[in-house]
Design a protein around this ligand. Structure first.
Ligand SMILES: [Zn+2]
Length: 208
């Protein structure tokens, strides 16, 4: 009967529109922390679709106070059971140090020790001299990915049963890998492939 299909559609629409009020989690009960870089297509990289995850993006895909705030809300109150961190190669956060960027801002007339880092919460103050650390530049994408997972794992605001993993998106191959597992380093030379050889002995030498 057509009315059954119509009623089902109406029911689906209602469940979608009222998800938070009805306590319905996202499809995969997933929270993603990813860099804002335009070369990182989060849904495509993870093989997920609309409605599957809460996605938080910032410069670097790093654990900041607002990332923790969002992770806390989704895991404590919105039914999320899994967290995936996605950092990426050639990240802009590796192109300069925090001190360098701070100097550039100072030279343009900004007082980095007095500025409100959260204009909506002026009570949130950075101690003097911490601004460059607050920018959170980094020097190694594999290291930083592992570190973000650790930081989330150790946060008392995220339940212990939440499963947390981190991956690297390679902008050069447009594929995902685990930290420190670079397939591209294992395909170009026999040495990298750990090719099997026979060690020459006296008997084989005499045959030559
Ligand atoms: Zn980035």
């Amino acid at each position: 009967m057509l009315h059954q299909q119509i009623d089902q559609n109406l029911s689906d629409t209602k469940a979608w529109a009222l998800r938070r009020q009805l306590g319905i989690p996202n499809n995969k009960r997933l929270w993603v922390l990813a860099c804002m870089d335009e070369r990182l297509p989060v849904e495509k990289a993870l093989g997920i679709s609309e409605g599957d995850a809460h996605i938080f993006r910032n410069a670097g895909g790093l654990v900041t106070d607002d990332a923790i705030r969002s992770a806390m809300l989704t895991t404590q109150f919105f039914g999320t059971k899994e967290i995936i961190v996605v950092n990426h190669t050639e990240c802009g956060m590796m192109t300069a140090s925090g001190d360098f960027l701070t100097e550039v801002l100072k030279n343009s007339g900004i007082d980095v020790d007095l500025v409100n880092v959260d204009p909506g919460l002026p009570e949130l103050k950075l101690p003097k001299g911490v601004f460059s650390k607050w920018i959170k530049t980094f020097t190694d994408v594999d290291e930083i990915c592992v570190k973000q997972v650790e930081l989330l794992r150790n946060s008392p605001l995220i339940p212990q049963d939440v499963v947390i993993n981190g991956y690297i998106w390679e902008v050069e191959t447009k594929s995902l890998r685990r930290p420190y597992e670079r397939l591209s380093e294992k395909v170009n030379t026999a040495e990298a492939m750990d090719t099997k050889t026979i060690k020459l002995t006296e008997s084989t030498e005499s045959l030559i």
